[in-house]
Design a protein around this ligand. Structure first.
Ligand code: FES
Length: 234
């Protein structure tokens, strides 16, 4: 176990953890989207940036391994600026029709928008224009995808089937299969893990996500999330 200081509080954490997970396990909330406790980290969303004593620039806390003596600051003007910038970049390519999304009320992006109080982006916005793909059992809506890569990582490192990957359509990146085959033709086992870890309404279970269920659904935030205090957590 290593002793690290986060916002002046000393905690003891396993050296195999990243700083983000160590903080969350100790009830200290740091915003995050691409991190998932069961997956290897990627550092894609940049929402979890923190200041680390000795580092000139803020670093993503999910990419920073716990080691003795680390001194972390999770809240500062610089960190707040970078997080808001990262969120605005995400929103620049994300539909604004949250209430029409089947994941409304249990979307992690929506939770973070509320937490960070970022409602609009100063960036040039764009519509990705992907057609929704109805696969057997799963729906892929790549317009709502934030490219956190959780689905690719769970398919690869947890399920070991490597069906999902990053594809390109003109300037846009999206999650698909090799040669853009339908899942049923791409050796998918339909385990549903991709839908389970997707933080938005981008990959969802076609059977369980009906419009009537969406309002009653529970929000899968982390236990340390200060926005939602009365719902089950992962
Ligand atoms: Fe760390 Fe996304 S959670 S970069």
């Amino acid at each position: 176990m290593a002793a690290i200081t986060i916002d002046g509080k000393t905690i003891h954490a396993d050296e195999n953890l990243c700083v983000l997970e160590a903080a969350l396990q100790n009830g200290i909330y740091i915003p995050h989207l691409c991190h998932h406790p069961d997956l290897p980290d990627l550092g894609a969303c940049r929402l979890c940036v923190v200041e680390c004593a000795g580092e000139a620039e803020p670093v993503p806390s999910c990419m920073l391994q716990v080691r003795d003596g680390l001194q972390i600051t999770t809240k500062s003007e610089r960190v707040d600026h970078l997080r808001r910038l990262a969120m605005e970049l995400l929103l620049a390519a994300h539909p604004e029709d949250c209430s029409a999304c089947p994941k409304y009320g249990r979307c992690e992006l929506q939770t973070l928008i509320q937490y960070m109080n970022v409602s609009a982006t100063r960036m040039h916005t764009r519509v990705k224009g992907f057609a929704e793909k109805e696969q057997p059992l799963l729906i892929h809506d790549m317009n709502r995808c934030i490219l956190c890569g959780r689905c690719v990582r769970v398919c690869d490192s947890v399920r070991g089937v490597q069906v999902l990957q990053y594809n390109k359509q003109e300037m846009e990146t999206y999650i698909g299969t090799l040669h853009d085959r339908l899942l049923k033709d791409a050796d998918c086992r339909f385990c549903g893990a991709c839908a389970e870890v997707c933080p938005t309404g981008s990959i969802r279970d076609a059977v369980n996500y009906t419009a009537t269920e969406k309002r009653d659904a529970l929000i899968p935030c982390h236990a340390a999330c200060p926005v939602h205090t009365d719902v089950p957590r992962y």
